[in-house]
Design a protein around this ligand. Structure first.
Ligand SMILES: Cc1cc2nc3c(=O)[nH]c(=O)nc-3n(C[C@H](O)[C@H](O)[C@H](O)COP(=O)(O)O)c2cc1C
Length: 176
């Protein structure tokens, strides 16, 4: 099994990264900090006759890694009550891959969300966006764990995490 963790936070060693690493403790995986990569906004070429592809950035390299991954953790901080832009931009580009027949089908997706202001309630839209995107792309959405944290070491210092996190970890352990 190949496991990938995409961290969408601007803090590479903050709460989102810490939560992802805690979820994957003892499970071999590759961590990709989206901030380390250059990603252009999606173009919508449906009415232009141009190919739905942009080879001028790092997107296709990331998708080469995603192509061989069975289990993919998407980890995002809450920014303005929504997912962080690096994840949104990356996911928007899935339209390129979808158009070109990328094998999304069957990949298992796990979502981690970290926010400071009642993220479970106020950022609930993130889970919906991921859930419905998975449905559209025929990926297997395995669930979400949302954690309230703000200071950069908050998650690293938490002795217990929410039940949703433990459930996601159990879910993952059964597979990998
Ligand atoms: C640009 C920006 C916008 C934010 N917007 C929100 C928000 O709308 N709701 C919220 O709950 N927290 C918000 N936060 C707080 C972060 O979600 C919180 O600090 C989180 O722990 C950051 O994760 P990190 O440690 O991985 O960077 C925001 C933080 C930043 C930097």
């Amino acid at each position: 099994m190949t496991v990938l963790l995409f961290n969408a936070s601007a803090r590479k060693h903050g709460n989102t990264a810490a939560l992802g690493e805690r979820l994957l403790t003892g499970i071999p995986h590759t961590t990709i900090h989206l901030m380390d990569h250059h990603l252009n906004f999606v173009q919508d070429n449906r009415d232009t006759g141009r190919p739905q592809a942009d080879p001028t950035d790092d997107y296709e390299t990331l998708m080469t890694q995603m192509a061989v991954a069975d289990d993919i953790v998407l980890a995002t901080p809450v920014y303005w009550y929504d997912m962080a832009a690096p994840l949104k931009v990356f996911m928007d580009r899935w339209f390129d891959s979808y158009t070109n027949g990328f094998p999304f089908q069957g990949k298992r997706i796990y979502l981690l969300v970290v926010g400071a202001d009642q993220p479970e309630i106020k950022a609930a839209g993130i889970a919906n966006a991921i859930r419905y995107s998975c449905e559209w792309l025929k990926m297997d959405f395995r669930g979400v764990a949302t954690v309230t944290a703000d200071g950069p070491n908050d998650v690293a210092e938490m002795s217990t995490l929410p039940a949703s996190f433990d459930a996601l970890r159990l879910n993952l352990e059964k597979i990998v």
